[in-house]
Design a protein around this ligand. Structure first.
Ligand code: M6R
Length: 361
């Protein structure tokens, strides 16, 4: 049942305010400015002894894991990184007892992720799951974890589950932070930011008509570039994947800082750039990248907290806490991919060559 929407993708994009509400529900503890995660199976002493966190997932779940790693590193000050599960399992990784492994999956059935979890467990590692489908193979195999509560996701491309997975990581980061070094004040600040998300997503969804108009301009593009810095880079990766999957337009994602090391050679009027430009400590650096692109007559669409002078168009999104901004900045780009693909007459819920869950090798 598409509930009045033309596609599952559109329905699932629209459901995000409620979905985010669900992942937060019952987990926030205002008294101690922290969160409770019932299924974690990790006591405070164990959590304090973690030296490193390695996050594993594929596709969109890997991108959510990249943001998750930066949230954990920022709030809990535990070195954390993310890697595609499919790569991890084939490089005979060193399995370290002081590392906590986290497997991320919407379906909980992705073979590469499941096989990585099984390999880790064989070697004695502790593995948590950040999973959407309750009781799925990865959820069962993991020692504990956080359910994402995005609700059923039918469209082959993931939207609401990406958003909810990042929010679930913010909760985990806050939990780990508060039993380590994160202050009460910072805990409160993040909790207030989390509570604002559903309303702010609602506001972004109201800009759909504006995004739809923009999408018509990009519908003919041969290729597009997506750039961002630090937390904005995984947002660029995810937006570029979304566009590729449903419009079949070729897209690349780069850290904005890497442009001058090569990809700047591609910039010309026919290659539009989508830039993630949050109002944070990297704003000036990001603006410098826009200038470099403009100097080569590149077209720019910015996603930012205020109109960007060098951009041809800015999609303005509401500001949250710096850490949580990537959650909001991804959403207009889901709509951009959607309307671009729609304008090109693509079969959005069933993109060619893809399956919802990849349960084979
Ligand atoms: O179910 P999973 O989250 O484990 O799936 C992982 C990827 O196959 C999935 O995210 C894929 O990249 C989607 N088509 C993204 O839109």
């Amino acid at each position: 049942d598409m509930g009045g929407h033309d596609t599952y993708m559109h329905k699932e994009i629209s459901e995000q305010p409620d979905a985010v509400d669900r992942v937060l529900r019952g987990r926030i503890d205002d008294r101690f400015s922290t969160v409770h995660l019932g299924g974690l199976n990790l006591d405070a002493r164990e959590a304090r002894s973690i030296r490193r966190i390695k996050i594993l997932g594929c596709g969109t779940s890997y991108h959510a894991g990249l943001i998750g790693a930066s949230l954990i590193e920022g709030m809990a000050r535990i070195p954390a990184d993310a890697e595609p599960a499919s790569e991890f399992r084939y490089r005979n990784p060193v399995v370290d007892p002081d590392t906590l492994y986290i497997a991320v999956s919407q379906s909980g059935e992705t073979y590469d992720v499941l096989a990585a979890v099984q390999e880790l467990k064989r070697k004695g590692a502790r593995v948590l799951g950040v999973v959407n489908v309750v009781g799925s193979a990865i959820a069962r195999e993991a020692d504990g974890g956080v359910y994402v509560h995005a609700g059923p996701e039918v469209c082959v491309v993931s939207t609401k589950c990406f958003t909810n997975t990042v929010v679930a990581f913010a909760l985990l980061a806050l939990h780990l932070g508060r039993i380590r070094d994160l202050s009460v004040t910072d805990g409160k600040r993040i909790i207030e930011g989390l509570r604002k998300l559903p309303g702010q997503i609602e506001e972004i969804l109201k800009t759909e008509d504006e995004i739809k108009k923009l999408a018509k301009e990009y519908a003919g593009a041969q290729s597009m570039m997506f750039i961002g810095r630090v937390r904005g880079y995984p947002v660029a990766l995810e937006a570029s994947l979304k566009l590729k999957e449903i419009s079949y337009i070729h897209a690349e994602a780069y850290p904005a800082s890497e442009l001058k090391h090569g990809p700047l050679a591609l910039i010309e009027p026919a290659l539009p750039t989508v830039a993630i430009v949050p109002d944070d400590d990297l704003l000036e650096k990001n603006r410098a990248a826009l200038e470099e692109i403009k100097a080569r007559s590149g077209r720019i669409l910015a996603v930012a907290h205020q109109p960007q002078e060098k951009a041809d168009h800015t999609i303005v999104v509401p500001k949250n806490e710096d850490e949580l901004d990537p959650i909001l900045m991804g959403i207009p780009l889901q709509l951009l991919a959607y309307h671009t693909a729609l304008a090109m007459g693509r079969d959005i819920d069933k993109p060619r060559n893809l399956a919802k869950s990849v349960t084979v090798e």
